[in-house]
Structures are given as C-alpha cells and as structure tokens.
Design a protein around this ligand. Structure first.
Ligand code: HEM
Length: 411
C-alpha cells in the first residue's frame, strides 16, 4: 500500500473521484491499517473458519428476534441465500484482500441494503454480533498465544471499520441520488405549475375582459331604464370581474417574475425601506400610524425590485389591518455572519396560532380580513420571493397585541 492517494484520470467537470484503489489507500492510511495488520488478520483465518458457520446461524437468530430486521427476512429461501452470502463475506474478511475489488464488493453490500430499505443503524448494530464473537475467542486461546491473538483482534477491528466505511459510502450515495431525483422532480413540477398558472391566467383574461365589457355596456345603455335591483345585480357582477382581474394580474406578474432570472445587486436596505414607505404613504392613509425604522441597516446582495415587493406587502398589510390608534409599525435589520435578519412588526390585531400556519398558502384570507381588499396571494408571493433569494420567512404573533414577520436572507 502506497498510502499516497492517486487521482483517477476519469474525472468529471464537477467532481474529482478517487479511484477505488486510491480510496482504499486513503482509508487505510486514516485507519493506520498497515501490511502488518493484513498479515495478522490472515493469520486468524483458521480460528475463525471453525466458528463462522455457527456464527451466521446465531446472527440470523438474532435478526429474527427484532421486528425491524425480521421484517426483511420473511422468505426462508432468501434467508438461506443470505446466510451463504454472509458466510462468504466473513470468510473473505480474513483473506484481507486490499484491492479495488474489495471496495466494489463492500459498496455492493451497502447498495443492496439501501435498496432493500435496511437502515445503516441495523447494519452497524449487526456488526456488534461479530465483534462480540471475536472477543469471545480470546477465552479459548492458550495464555502464551494470547498476546498475538489480541494484536490480531485489533487488526481485525480496523478491517471491520474499513468495510463499514465503504459500505456506508454507498448508503449515502444512494440517498444523495434519491434526494437529487426528488429535487429534479420538484423543480420540474414547480416550473410546469408556474407555466400552467401563466398560461391559464392569460387565457382567463380575455373572456373576463369581454364579460366586464358587456356589463359596462349594459349599465351605459340600459342602466337608467331597468329596475334599480337589476342594475345593482349587474354592478355586483362587474365588481366581481374586476376583483377577479386583480387576482389574475397578480398571478401573472408572479409567474412572469419567477420566469425571469433574478439579477442580484448590492442594495442599501435602509434606502429600500424608505422608498417603500414613500409609496405606502401615497397609497394609504398613514396619518394615525407611527413608523419606527431602525436608523442604520446592513447592505445586502439581492434583487432590489423583488425585495421591495416583499417589504411593500408586509408593511402595507400592517397598515391595512391596523386596529389601534395610534398604530405602531417597526422595521429592523441586523447582519449576523453571512445573513441578514429583517423584521417587520406591528401592534395590530395579531394572528391566531392556527392561522399562522396557513397565511403563506395561496388564496388564504383570514376571516376577519374578508371585507378588506386583497386576493390572498400577497404573502404567498412574499414567501416565494424570499425562498427564491435563498432565504426563509416566518411570523410570530399574539392576538390583540400584534404580529412580526421575520426574514433571514443570505447577505
Ligand atoms: C454484519 C452486518 C451485515 C453484513 C456483513 C451483511 C452482508 C450482506 C451481504 C454480503 C449481502 C449480499 C449482497 C450481494 O447481493 O452482493 C447482503 C444482502 C442482504 N442483507 Fe445483509 N448484511 C448485514 C446486515 C444485515 C442486516 C442487519 C439485515 C436486516 C435484516 C440484512 C439483510 C439483508 C438483505 C435483505 C439482503 C438482500 C438484499 C437483496 O439483494 O435483496 N443484512 N448482506
């Protein structure tokens, strides 16, 4: 063994893979597993050959006692096959082969276990049986040979740990692969869903415009001649179509914004908050509200237009739903390591625990807000934007006392 990792020439663009031999060298160096250990383990072969078969029977008796492991051993023929495979494994342990085929075989064990759904904890726990057996053998060794046997056991432990490491590699490789597949599927369906929302919104806009056009025409032409109740009905229909148009516009701008690649810039958070407050003062009556904005705020690398939307939604919601006079709305931000923690709080009506779980879902409007304008997409969009920027949002609230939205963004 050279203990010098040599790099496989067949490297991909993203990762550099060690060849199986180089990996083995690296692991052996770390375990301090030397050629002496190999010789000592080979010397133990005759002793263990005599007990391996009985051990395998005892091993399966142990696995069958626990429902978590017995579950995988319901088929007797499978158990017989496994016993043979395991016997072969334990015999091969004492051959102490130190080449790429050992790595491949151990990986295969991990791969088979992972595919069958046997968790690493059971695999590791099961090895304990063999370790106990190994130590029991000391009793049968004459005192004068005990020293070298114990040295052999220490070497055997290194071999077992080497195998466990190699087997776990493939367990994790499989779970990483499963995660990657799930992520790819999630990304794909997310993109498809956004595209669907974009197309559906587009298609809905035209008939909706026609309906409201008919309603307007009806009111213009016949508004004065039909009974008041009839005009009121048409006006109500017109109002509903306008509301629906607002919803569709929001959906459209959301899916279109998501389709554009986000360009990050260094942004002065305090300037962004001031801009948003200016817009809010134009849109709402903010007379009875005191704004407390933290004097200095950290800079941030982000997409300014989208973060502006987030702040606008959170602050304007606080203004819209304010039920105290004077109302108080505060905005604070702190840099912590590589992150910025931003908070928008108010002393408004608060949100119940149950509602806190639901407010970020699309089209969820709180009962008490139904009389106020809105389509139930604002907070959903806020969460989408924050997550798209690699951040996280949550809220804390107490009924009657107020709400705070907390956002963590990478700096
Ligand atoms: C000392 C720990 C263990 C060792 C050394 C070991 C060894 C092996 C080996 C050599 C194979 C054959 C792999 C191949 O097809 O090449 C195998 C497969 C299998 N092992 Fe284990 N095993 C261990 C623990 C366990 C435990 C705790 C269970 C739980 C029930 C288990 C259940 C299985 C099953 C169900 C398969 C067959 C998977 C398949 O191919 O369908 N093993 N194991």
């Amino acid at each position: 063994m050279s203990h010098q990792p040599n790099w496989d020439a067949s490297t991909t663009e993203e990762t550099i893979h060690l060849s199986d031999e180089a990996l083995l060298d690296e692991r052996c160096a770390f375990l301090q597993l030397t050629s002496e250990d190999v010789e000592r383990v080979r010397a133990l072969k005759p002793i263990f050959e005599a007990v391996n078969r009985a051990f395998v029977d005892q091993f399966y008796a142990h696995l069958l006692q626990f429902s978590a492991t017995a579950f995988f051993l319901r088929d007797e023929r499978l158990v017989e096959r496994l016993k043979a495979a395991q016997l072969q494994y334990f015999v091969s342990l004492f051959d102490a082969r130190m080449d790429g085929s050992r790595v491949a075989e151990r990986r295969r064990i991990g791969d088979r276990h992972a595919a069958a759904g046997i968790e690493p904890a059971w695999f590791l726990g099961a090895f304990n049986q063999y370790i106990q057996l190994a130590f029991q053998q000391v009793r049968d060794v004459p005192p004068e040979a005990r020293g070298s046997f114990e040295a052999g056991l220490a070497s055997l432990m290194k071999h077992i740990l080497l195998d466990i490491g190699l087997t776990l590699d493939s367990y994790y490789a499989r779970s990483t692969m499963d995660l990657r597949q799930a992520l790819a599927l999630y990304t794909q369906s997310n993109t498809e869903l956004r595209e669907f929302a974009r197309m559906a919104s587009h298609d809905l806009k035209t008939p909706l415009a026609t309906i409201s056009g008919f309603c307007e025409e009806f009111i213009d032409e016949f508004g004065q001649t039909v009974p008041v109740e009839a005009r009121q009905l048409i006006e109500a229909a017109l109002n509903r179509t306008r509301h629906m148009k607002g919803m569709i516009d929001e959906l459209l701008s959301m899916s279109e914004a998501a389709a554009q690649p986000s360009q990050r810039q260094r942004v002065k958070l305090r300037t962004l908050v001031d801009e948003v407050l200016e817009r809010i003062r134009l849109d709402f009556d903010t007379e009875p509200i005191q704004f407390e904005i933290q004097e200095t705020m950290p800079d941030l690398l982000t997409h300014p237009a989208r973060l502006r939307e987030v702040l606008y939604h959170l602050i304007s919601n606080a203004v819209k739903f304010m039920d105290k006079s004077p109302g108080r709305i505060w905005v604070s931000a702190h840099g912590e390591g590589q992150q910025v923690q931003l908070a928008v709080g108010d002393n408004g009506p608060g949100i119940s625990d149950a509602d806190q779980q639901r407010i970020f879902a699309p089209f969820r409007r709180l009962k008490q807000h139904e009389h106020l304008p809105g389509h139930g997409l604002g907070l959903y969009m806020v969460r989408q934007i924050v997550e798209e920027q690699g951040g996280r949002i949550w809220c804390t609230s107490r009924l009657q006392e107020g709400t705070a939205f907390h956002i963590i963004l990478p700096q």
